[in-house]
Design a protein around this ligand. Sequence first.
Ligand code: HGY
Ligand code: MN
Ligand code: MN
Length: 407
Amino acid sequence: MTKLQINIDRLKHNLLEVGQIANSGEKGYTRLAYSKEEKAAIEWLKQKMINLSLSVKQDRLGNTFGRLGDVDQPAICFGSHLDTVPEGGLYDGALGVIVGLECIQTLIESGYNPEIPLELATFVGEEANPLGGTFGSRAVAGLVKHSNKFEKKLQSLNFTWDDVVSVIKKPTDYHCYLELHIEQGALLETIDKKVGIVTSIAGILRLSVRVNGKASHSGTTPMKMRKDALLDAAKLIQTVNNIAIDAGGNIVATVGEITASPNLANVVPGQVELMIEIRGSNWEEMKTVEEKIRKWMLENIDAEVAIAVEKQPNALTESIQKCIEEVCKSRNTAYKYMFSGANHDANSLTSITDVGMIFVPSKAGLSHHPDEFTSWSDIEIGANVMLETLLKLSKKYEKVNMAVEKS
Ligand code: HGY
Ligand code: MN
Ligand code: MN
């Protein structure tokens, strides 16, 4: 029996078309969270969903769902995000949404019986933003915590706390969630495998730090009499780097966000605000790194620290990983079980349903950059694995339904 195949030309056309929304040429793609560009891309997708006669729902945050089948039954949900980092790539997020669109269209054309409903989803605000990354999917999973400070951030983006509460879904809404995403690392390319079966997704621990110095005249303050906040911040950044390297395992740490004030050439920096991000696959290891950094700061510089983000690492569902593996084997697709150092909407969904992720290779592991690239042949391989995994999962849940009806 010939296997159902996606239409790669149509997939390519759709990815390039949605990519044109906010494509700034050699400077890459910029569709920031909650921006008019993200909204335009979601509108584009909504129209595609309507053209496929899916039942379309957009919640009060902008998360958008297109369902094939009964709205009152648990569905297999799949998708990703359409926002990007500034001057990002064509594939991060958008590829998962467009592959999902291609899968549901191929299944409709093949006469798929939606006894197990299918639901294509795109979540808002996945990339780092004032409301925190993976905001749309965390809100759907009921993971967003209230505070007066957070409510002010919501208002600055024309959202209310009621909007956040209104989008929460129940575990009974879904059988599972599946997401295809670019690897954003170089493992698959290096070992020449075409699919990554994600076992767990990195935890993220972000510490916002204020380094205190004393602003003074750069020409008249002797070197020995300075309290240079940026110099102390530089020592801190080097220490963070050393602690992360010594920690080994899947630990990584980054200072990617920093502002010095007054930020003038003729003033010794008086204050620095920076964000330390620690990621890893083991929460205790991550907290040990945090403690070592805090201890060094206490002993060496004048700084205040506050925790800005705490997202624990999450294991994905083994039965879904197994399902993806069986599909890869049946299609002779080389695969690798692997950890995801990048966070994804899939991480949020682990708190309300079973979750699986399929990675496709990233050229040279590059991502969050205009030159992000995945070949059409690798995309076609990954998309067909996604398509067959969806079919396999729907048969699995049909059997579950039948067993429940008999009992
Ligand atoms: O930060 C991340 O890992 C994701 O790209 N938002
Ligand atoms: Mn992403
Ligand atoms: Mn990203």
